[in-house]
Design a protein around this ligand. Structure first.
Ligand code: SF4
Length: 67
């Protein structure tokens, strides 16, 4: 379902603020969070909508952020 705006999960997303803190990770915001349709392919977005657990380290592409 495309709503033409950025991801509706941004306010509650554990990773979104971390993307802001680390310049190298801001690419995720551009590619997923703030994109009108690509955020729907984000693994965090998909799992959350499916009622599945969303690990704090899960990246939009399904890989995990280094901790
Ligand atoms: S990481 Fe995924 S769920 Fe979180 S704000 Fe970005 S697009 Fe939305």
């Amino acid at each position: 379902m495309a709503d033409g705006s950025r991801c509706s999960h941004i306010e509650g997303c554990e990773l979104y603020p971390r993307f802001s803190l680390r310049g190298a990770l801001r690419i995720w915001q551009d590619r997923y969070c703030n994109h009108p349709t690509h955020h729907q392919k984000c693994e965090r977005f998909v799992r959350s909508n499916a009622g599945q657990p969303v690990p704090a380290t899960l990246l939009p592409n399904g890989e995990h952020i280094a901790t």
